[in-house]
Design a protein around this ligand. Sequence first.
Ligand SMILES: Cc1cc2nc3c(=O)[nH]c(=O)nc-3n(C[C@H](O)[C@H](O)[C@H](O)COP(=O)(O)OP(=O)(O)OC[C@H]3O[C@@H](n4cnc5c(N)ncnc54)[C@H](O)[C@@H]3O)c2cc1C
Ligand SMILES: NC(=O)c1ccc[n+]([C@@H]2O[C@H](COP(=O)([O-])OP(=O)(O)OC[C@H]3O[C@@H](n4cnc5c(N)ncnc54)[C@H](O)[C@@H]3O)[C@@H](O)[C@H]2O)c1
Length: 441
Amino acid sequence: MHYDAVVIGGGPGGYDCALALAAGGQRVALVEKEALGGTCLQRGCVPTKTLLHEAAKGLADSGALQARKEAVVAQQEAGLAGLLKRAKVTVYPATARIGGGPCLQVSDGTVLTADNFIIATGSVPQVPPIPGVNLPGVVTSDALLSMAGDLPDRLLIIGGGVIGVEMAALYHALGTEVTVLEALPSLLNTMDKEIGRSLGAQFKKEGIRSVTGARVKAIAQAGSGLTVTYEAKGQEDRVAADCVLVATGRKPATEGLFAPELQPEMNRGALVVNDRYETSLATVYAIGDVIGGTQLAHKATADGRALAAILLGQAPEPPAAIPACVYTQPEIATVGLDESAAKAAGFEPVVGKAVMGGNAKTVIDELPRSFMKLVFDAASGRLLGAQLYCGRASDLIAACAFALQGKLTAAQMAATVLPHPTYSEALTEAALAALTSLKGR
Ligand SMILES: Cc1cc2nc3c(=O)[nH]c(=O)nc-3n(C[C@H](O)[C@H](O)[C@H](O)COP(=O)(O)OP(=O)(O)OC[C@H]3O[C@@H](n4cnc5c(N)ncnc54)[C@H](O)[C@@H]3O)c2cc1C
Ligand SMILES: NC(=O)c1ccc[n+]([C@@H]2O[C@H](COP(=O)([O-])OP(=O)(O)OC[C@H]3O[C@@H](n4cnc5c(N)ncnc54)[C@H](O)[C@@H]3O)[C@@H](O)[C@H]2O)c1
């Protein structure tokens, strides 16, 4: 069977690329070995945010939580299947393997040929070689999100990145005693350091224990539970747990994808692509988590749509930056450069900060300490990035993403009138603070 394009992987990168190509008049097939929707829908964004939402409402029964999660996933999956059907994308529920030619063999033996192949196989959990990591009760987010039965009394999380802190917030809300062990000096270490520090302090206040600079040495069986031994600040310590979550990052999913004679260029397991998403194999492209770098659903979608535009002969407008959100309470959201990244990139940054103790909406909603930081370029006055640690940060970051895309300056952001009482008013305050600093230079 010959297609204009065959997409491998039915996650946000793959399905959005397939839909965009089909909308452009191409004959498209999509091969997916599991359920449609990929990590994002089946074991990522949608399940975690559903469970966080239900836990915040007070639901703490594991059966009811699983049922609600499955209902949301099923609804979204059915919607996606309908979209693909209406777009006349042929879905092959099979495992794909790329062979010479290139052509594509799917697990039932069917061979597909195409003008272009698009790899969107995503990523899988990366599990470090800690002694005891294969013991029963040690799980990755895939298993934790579908765990039935009683909720654990004690959860130990290895890794204080995005999955680690969201799972800590979720299980704490469900009444589990949570400890997070992070190897680096702060939680969410890739973000502005004040965010990690603030979240650590907030966790402490709520009774979530987090230890940074922790080297996990071993996991061992201890009766019906587990014991995790780690070292921090030169001291060895142990934590008892009923369940251990390993949340130490994700690696590109390429296992078994290529016939042995095909050796595409890879970098640390990720497929290397150029700015047109071309791999080193002719007519084979790659998008989303499998190409490394930022591992986010909307980044995979943006890749998929940009590649479809390129294959359809259009010139897509490149995004100025990819926002990132963390669904703790308060929420965290960032886009573009923080102060230290701006300095490292050669800018002279000017930071406008609004601490939201006096923000009426924050007070009304009884949110903990919150803040916003806007980083501007001293030379042009333009926004370089935003770091939000506040109520509804995941929605507010959209305003900053638009401002970055539109190259807005501190003066333009400060002049924009925003409604009262809202969290967004702090954006004006932060822009005004930066404008004052810029004028005083
Ligand atoms: C717990 C968790 C929470 C997350 N929360 C968020 C969030 O809130 N927001 C956010 O933006 N991102 C979140 N992410 C990240 C997000 O899920 C990924 O960045 C996104 O799904 C990547 O999309 P993708 O299309 O590249 O790959 P994926 O979504 O991983 O899809 C790849 C698909 O390819 C299929 N596949 C792989 N190999 C083959 C093969 N050989 N043949 C056929 N099919 C194959 C897989 O079965 C899979 O369905 C989260 C991730 C996790 C684990
Ligand atoms: N809200 C969201 O957008 C969201 C939510 C969940 C996941 N995700 C995506 O999924 C990806 C994977 O998430 P993740 O949290 O697994 O990865 P991550 O890279 O965000 O964090 C992993 C953390 O584990 C730490 N670590 C690594 N080895 C360790 C060890 N042996 N002991 C202690 N700590 C160790 C790292 O220092 C790092 O801080 C992320 O890159 C993110 O993009 C996004």
